[in-house]
Design a protein around this ligand. Sequence first.
Ligand code: UD1
Ligand code: CA
Length: 461
Amino acid sequence: MHVTAIVLAAGEGTRMKSGHAKVSHQVLGKPMVRWVVDAARAAGCDRVVTVVGSHADEVRALLEGISGVECVEQTERLGTGHAVKVALEAAGIAEGPVVVLNGDLPLIEADTVRTFAESVEGGKAACAILAVDLPDPTGYGRVVTNEAGELVRVVEQKDCTPEEAAITICNAGCYAFDGAALAAHIGELSAENAQGEYYLTDMPEILARAGMATTVFTCKDWREALGVNSRAQLAELTALARDRINARHMAAGVTIMDPASTWIGPEVAIGRDTVILPSCMLMGATTVGEECTVGPFTRLTNVTCGNRVVMDETIGEDVTIDDDVTCGPRCYLRGGAHLMQGSKVGTHVEIKKSTVGRGSKVPHLSYMGDATIGEGVNIGGGSITCNYNGREKNKTVIGDRTFIGSDTMMVAPVTIGSDVVTGASSCITRDVPDGALAIERSQQAIIEGYTARKHAQNTKE
Ligand code: UD1
Ligand code: CA
């Protein structure tokens, strides 16, 4: 079955009061339109035609590089029906099942889209609409059915009679059409309604009048069918997405101590027996292995992490952490950091674009930037790589088993060999050969009897 999807993402999103396209707003770190497009792709739609218009370039950029996805532009926003007409014409769609999805419907599931597309396959019906019984139908189009439960029409809230407004069965904004029937009749839409727009929601009635079968398909879970028109709805829906994702991880063997304060993005993978403590955000393409302890207060974005890792109050972005690593409390791991097996990055430590070798430790108050640290190294508290001279970043290399004394400044570029010891408080500006002691420190003076003399002097005065 070749299914085409049309995603409607050209609207202004006026109710968001935003300088950005509505569909670019994120739900758990992922733009709304990407949720919808990904659901269509996962449902097996081989072609996803996205209608862009308001902030077109911004939306186009969000979809760049996704296979099977193309954008068409609706230059005037004349309504959802007009948007579909533009898509059919620009993409030359005239047959096969066509699924139309509102771009502000992020929680729609691939399974729903798939079964739904099947309902119009092979001309079984000319049109199916996804309906949902909502606790609060405000703002949604109402689905009017006859005594036999057959679809009569969809009425927008603004065009409802009081009787129609009392209906709680709503149009979710997800439709399946027989492409040939849709293309043949879309020109019959009119804009004679309260909003003066071409409503896609008039299509079922038009097709029924032409003697074709139209059906209503009810959504099992009302949450899937929620649209986002305002910031309040965005927050509400984000919390629902969080609950759904957390439930999935818990069912797969992850302990989440406080699901309400745990925000996990849709693409995150977590291994079994990992424990997530309160107040954590795991976003982007983050992968956490088994038997890890994450949090409390940990934020990870695009982090790849092995097994048995502890991340206590850790912030990590674009980093790789191997097995048995301990991080935090309170460390900041930035782009390109690689913590190798069994290493430790402790409290108030920042690591940027640096490798910390197997079993090495950076326990307290240090900054390691553009550094390669070998195995079994100990970096004393307060030590820093001086990697930036105001113009460029320079590298620091530290060999295996080296002991960097506390408060060592390593002025890059500099290479410190293996089995080296640096004296506490040394400023290392020259390379150090293997096995050497490097010490840079002014002589300590001892003034004997100083305190007593000072005291005697003060009492005389
Ligand atoms: C729409 C439906 C309503 C349904 C609700 C579900 C219509 C007329 N109404 O209402 O029955 O209950 O969704 O959430 O379809 N768009 C375009 N071009 C346009 C206008 C809109 O691409 O000219 C896009 C928007 O970006 C949005 C989607 O279509 O993603 C729906 O538009 P929106 O204005 O949000 O429609 P609703 O009023 O929510
Ligand atoms: Ca909407």
